[in-house]
Design a protein around this ligand. Sequence first.
Ligand SMILES: [Zn+2]
Length: 176
Amino acid sequence: MADEVQRVFVASVVEEGGNSLALGCFSSEETAWQVLRNFLKKSELMVLVSSTVVVWDIDVIGENGVNVLSTMECKDCPVCGRRTFWMDLENFSALCHGDACAAWVEESTLEPGIIDCGWPPIRFLKQAQDIEEAFSELFKLGDQMKAISKVDSLGEHEPQQMLDAFRKKSALGSKD
Ligand SMILES: [Zn+2]
């Protein structure tokens, strides 16, 4: 019995237009997440709208056999502007999976109701009263980064690449 698979974890993403891509069916939730996260790193190469991880119980008829563990929606990142910002709407948290960005928003674990947000390349960290405020902080940061023409103030290598990416993106006028 121990070797028998009782449940399977299925990861999938949905492209704009509704086409669903199955990423596989796994025996552990951890593997499903790993596969999904790896896939999301490349998500700027395609236009995705959402992702899900669901668990199916084997040999159960009908919808009682399936449980949605996570649904995430893909948005344009408020900081880098790429379509790599994944939001988990249930346990409110969001993270940009784009290279050298990782902008994030998350409800504070210490102070419920307070929303934290940050941008690791410059160690930016801020607390906000609500989600809207957190997003406007990140959008402000994105605008500032786009406006910066001198990179020496940031010093390190990664932010420079990031800023180069910003310039390209802002030249395309992704937001305004
Ligand atoms: Zn980003």
